[in-house]
Design a protein around this ligand. Structure first.
Ligand code: UDP
Ligand code: MG
Length: 314
């Protein structure tokens, strides 16, 4: 029998878990011919999340869990899920039921037809603000314009991945991760499934705009070095303009034999060029920080417990 691992990163999700289990259980019982494993990755929750997961495991053998030593973030929780999942395919899901489990049979259907990466695309996003939808849309557009690898629009992490995608992703061990671009980067046969994204059932979102901006910058810089080229593109017209302006000032001085009252122009120029320089320093710093982090070559996470057994992390 084929095994399916459902990976669920969970951070302070005590309110959502009982309802999540109820719906997952109903689903798993209705899909025959497969063995299921629900792998929770407890991302250093500060509430009772881990206790609830342990309770669930006591009454249901299909529940497994990885308990992190602290909060490492959702991206890291996802790679840990891939490391510990035993299934022939894995399905990523959020703990807050924004991704309806009822879509899983459809994902499996396409997997059986031979697709390696069946991803769910949102046709609507209920319960999210206009501003969040708009910024998310713009972000995809910018990301796509920077790279040749196709990026799937309106797609979260809700997807089914075949074992060979899992093995491929496990080889990408960078510390600042952007799963979304990694799913595209590894390639393989992809299939889109539409669904309606529900609002969160309980608890509150762990995202705020700062985190989203960080994620956006991480996404771009981990994916492409083309922002480094902005400095080249900007510097050419800048130096050309500077050269023309210089000639203009000299010629005017000679022809009219007066001093140019140039303080306003100088102030504007100083402002402009310092602005450009700060921007470029920022971009370079971005990549420098990334190189710094990657060269440390640290393990991505530490695990406290796997299914009740203490991890020695040896
Ligand atoms: N999550 C996590 N670690 C974190 C933040 C979030 O594992 O540091 C999990 C969270 O428990 C949920 C999923 O990631 O299962 C998505 O989080 P959330 O619903 O807060 O994000 P949103 O759906 O608003 O984008
Ligand atoms: Mg959510």
């Amino acid at each position: 029998m084929k095994k399916i691992s459902i990976i669920i990163p969970a951070y302070n999700e005590e309110e959502a878990l009982p309802m999540l289990y109820e719906r997952l259980n109903k689903l798993m019982n209705s899909v025959n011919n497969y063995e299921f494993e629900v792998l929770f990755v407890n991302d250093g929750s500060k509430d009772k999340t881990i206790d609830i997961i342990k309770e669930l495991r006591k009454k249901d053998e299909r529940i497994c869990y990885v308990d992190f030593s602290r909060n490492f973030g959702k991206e890291i929780a996802m790679i840990a899920g891939l490391d510990y999942a035993k299934g022939d395919c894995v399905i990523f899901m959020d703990a807050d039921l924004q991704d309806p489990p009822e879509l899983i049979p459809e994902l499996i259907k396409y997997w059986e037809e031979g697709y390696d990466d069946v991803y769910a695309r949102r046709s609507s996003r209920k319960g999210e603000t206009w501003l969040k939808k708009f910024t998310s849309k713009m972000y995809y557009r910018v990301l796509q314009s920077l790279t040749r690898v196709p990026i799937q629009k309106d797609t979260g992490d809700f997807r089914l991945l075949d074992r060979r995608c899992v093995n491929a992703l496990k080889k990408l061990r960078e510390s600042q991760r952007c799963s979304k671009s990694m799913f595209s980067w590894i390639g393989y046969k992809k299939k889109e499934v539409m669904y309606e994204r529900d609002p969160r059932i309980a608890g509150s979102t762990k995202w705020n705009y700062r985190k989203l901006i960080d994620l956006a910058i991480d996404g771009i810089t981990s994916f492409t070095t083309s922002p480094l080229r902005i400095s080249t593109y900007l510097s050419i017209p800048t130096f050309f303009a500077l050269f023309c302006y210089f000639i203009y000032v000299i010629v005017k001085c000679i022809l009219t034999s007066t001093f140019v009252q140039a303080y306003q122009a100088i102030i504007l120029l100083i402002l402009f060029f310092s602005g450009v320089q700060i921007l470029l320093f920022g971009i370079i710093g971005e990549y420098l920080g990334r190189i710094f982090n990657e060269t440390k070559n640290r393990p991505l996470y530490f695990v406290n417990e796997y299914n009740g057994e203490k991890e020695l992390n040896a």
